[in-house]
Design a protein around this ligand. Structure first.
Ligand SMILES: NC(=O)c1ccc[n+]([C@@H]2O[C@H](COP(=O)([O-])OP(=O)(O)OC[C@H]3O[C@@H](n4cnc5c(N)ncnc54)[C@H](O)[C@@H]3O)[C@@H](O)[C@H]2O)c1
Length: 273
């Protein structure tokens, strides 16, 4: 498939695991790529591995950084698609221990970034007058699942749904579609944080045991859905948020496997912590 021939795609967080998988997918399908990431060096290195791609260092949660990333794409060939993917998990702390500055940081990175990139991209696309597609990064934590000790992360991902729907309605008249994807656990250092290789293997096995399709999601699974939503095949789809979770969120407490180990980050019984 060459669904993105002649199109320019901006991927924020493009030097990270899911961003990179999406960049490769878009590239295989003929796109020009702009990878925008806080880590400028890595964005450049990753872009160098693709045909027709550049990496730019940018804090996409800042007004200037978002604008810079969009202008880089415009200068590189126009702006047809944005994958609004940059994000962090934030500190693993219960709400009564989370500092307001830590809250601000995760909300800024995961939510403000999406707003300022959307705003800058929408303005550029409206000016170009040929429509476009924007895919926001949500999470199964945005309304389907609940993770303890991550209040900022959950709040930011819930908000992605509202932002996506609102933007989809505002931009539909310009031929700009806005959708969100909501992955469950994906095998990246963000999704499966682990101290070493053995701990990683163990975490992956435990997660896979709790997912009905019995495997942990891969960045390529997310990339495939992003490419579809960004393509003309999805021309009548806007304002949706799509789970990509192997059935993870179909399991309530009542039918969860007996090996249920949540919350995985807490050690000891209540009162012993
Ligand atoms: N891995 C999972 O299980 C999972 C599940 C659901 C949602 N997500 C979401 O997917 C996205 C990507 O996650 P990942 O697992 O690939 O993590 P990752 O850490 O590999 O990638 C995130 C990338 O975003 C970049 N970034 C962070 N802040 C930025 C900023 N202000 N400006 C520009 N770039 C910035 C980082 O440098 C990094 O390259 C995140 O939004 C995350 O919340 C991940």
């Amino acid at each position: 498939m060459q669904r993105f021939s002649g199109k320019t795609v901006l991927v924020t967080g493009g030097a990270g695991s899911i961003g990179w998988a999406a960049a490769q997918r878009f590239s295989q399908e003929g796109a020009r790529l702009v990878l925008a990431d806080l880590n400028a060096e890595r964005a450049g290195e990753m872009a160098a591995k693709l045909d027709n791609a550049i990496g730019v260092g940018s804090d996409v949660a800042s007004d200037g950084g978002a604008q810079y990333a969009v202008e880089a794409a415009m200068a590189f060939g126009g702006l047809d698609v944005v994958f609004n993917n940059a994000g962090i998990s934030g500190p693993v702390k219960p709400i009564h221990e989370l500092d307001p500055q830590e809250w601000d940081h995760v909300i800024r990175t995961n939510l403000r970034s999406q707003f300022v990139v959307l705003r800058a991209a929408a303005r550029a696309m409206i000016a170009e007058g040929k429509g476009g597609a924007i895919v926001n990064m949500g999470s199964s934590m945005g309304g389907w699942d609940v993770l303890s000790a991550s209040p900022g992360y959950l709040a930011s991902k819930h908000a992605v749904t509202g932002l996506t729907r609102s933007a989809a309605l505002d931009l539909a008249g310009y031929g700009i579609r806005v959708n969100a994807i909501c992955p469950g656990v994906i095998e990246t250092s963000l999704g499966v944080p682990a101290a070493d290789k053995q701990a990683h293997i163990e975490s992956v096995r435990r997660f896979a045991d709790r997912i009905p399709l019995r495997r942990i999601g891969q960045p390529e699974d997310v990339a495939a859905a992003v490419a579809f939503l960004a393509s003309e095949e999805a021309q009548h789809i806007t304002g949706v948020d799509w789970l990509i979770d192997g059935g993870q969120t179909l399991q309530s407490w009542a039918n969860a496997p007996a090996t249920h180990t949540f919350p995985w980050h807490l050690k000891g019984k209540p009162g012993e912590r």
